[in-house]
Design a protein around this ligand. Structure first.
Ligand code: BDR
Ligand code: CA
Length: 314
């Protein structure tokens, strides 16, 4: 099978970092763009560069939008720490950002090469800006596989998921773009459980052969579990969200999808940022615009992630 060619648009974040490792292992990763999200843009860009350094990922990293289209910036220090990579002792940075023009980079790259996948795993700001500034790119993209939203409960509000809530206007632009889309929302990603056992399994990858990247990821995960535990009354358990959006392209057989119409709530005082997934079926409602991932083969996903960290780390 040919490896899909993709650009990952991210805001690392431990789960973004794991998604990058997975993409480097199983796709032709063309480049990485970053977007303000889990932490401010400068931090997440530094974290993306460090991930590349730790896992020998030789692609350019372009920094994109620092803030959402309309809303005030918001970050997730209570989940990922202020820097997005809180917890581990990190190596001295050796790599530098290729440009601060992530959106222009996306437009130029898509104009130069048809059939790329875009895998946004942070707020959708960069993708929306690119589609708005260059509508001609929409029909050159193979698809957009995004982590965001939910068909059920939210995580940064009763019904709102973080990536969509940070920039709902951007999500609205992307969902209306007509580009084929795959959605890894919380209802899918919560099936990929992060717990102490997964952290220990990642840490153990350093036992057989030195794997500094695995130790950093395990430390990040330990920190994430501590943060999540504080929010959830001591329960050290969360979802491994972002790798699911990569798997939706590299290993779609581990996810069951159903075509749905998905839109985003922009106005509700309680529901802003909610993705409304029309699950009525039977031809009722608007035409489907998204392949909604709803069921994950979690065992297979876990094995793929562990294997990628083992193979790429050193
Ligand atoms: C999403 O928000 C971020 O905290 C994670 O990196 C993921 O992309 C989950 O809601
Ligand atoms: Ca993310």
């Amino acid at each position: 099978m040919t490896r899909p060619r993709m650009i990952v648009d991210c805001d690392p974040g431990q789960d973004d970092a794991i998604a990058l490792v997975l993409a480097a292992e199983h796709a032709d990763l063309v480049a990485i763009t970053t977007v303000g999200g889990n932490a401010p843009l400068t931090d997440v860009t530094a974290n993306a560069l460090l991930t590349c350094q730790l896992f020998d990922i030789d692609v350019e990293v372009h920094a994109g939008a620092a803030r959402p289209l309309v809303a005030a910036p918001r970050h997730a220090p209570e989940i990922h720490g202020v820097s997005g990579f809180e917890g581990p002792s990190l190596p001295e940075p050796e790599r530098t950002v290729a440009s601060h023009q992530g959106v222009s980079f996306l437009i130029e790259t898509i104009r130069a090469e048809e059939g790329l996948w875009l895998v946004p795993i942070g707020p959708l700001t960069n993708i929306a800006l690119a589609l708005r500034q260059a509508p001609d790119i929409a029909n050159r993209i193979a698809g957009i596989s995004f982590m965001g939203g939910s068909a059920t409960v939210g995580n940064h509000g009763p019904v709102s998921e973080f990536n969509i809530l940070v920039d709902p206007e951007a999500a609205s632009v992307v969902l209306a773009s007509g580009v084929p889309m795959r959605m890894a929302g919380l209802d899918l990603t919560h099936q990929f459980v992060v717990d102490d056992e997964l952290e220990a399994d990642i840490r153990r990858l350093n036992d057989a052969e030195p794997n500094q990247g695995a130790v950093v990821l395990a430390d990040l995960m330990a920190n994430y579990l501590t943060f999540v535990g504080r929010i959830r009354g001591g329960e050290r358990k969360g979802g491994l969200h972002d790798p699911c959006a990569v798997l939706a392209v590299t290993h779609p057989e581990v996810i069951e999808f159903t075509d749905r119409h998905v839109d985003v709530e922009l106005n509700g005082s309680l529901t802003r940022g909610m993705t409304v997934v029309d699950q009525r079926g039977d031809g009722v409602g608007a035409e489907p615009n998204v392949a909604h991932g709803h069921t994950l083969d979690a065992g297979a996903a876990r094995a793929l992630v562990l294997d990628a960290i083992r193979r790429r780390g050193s």
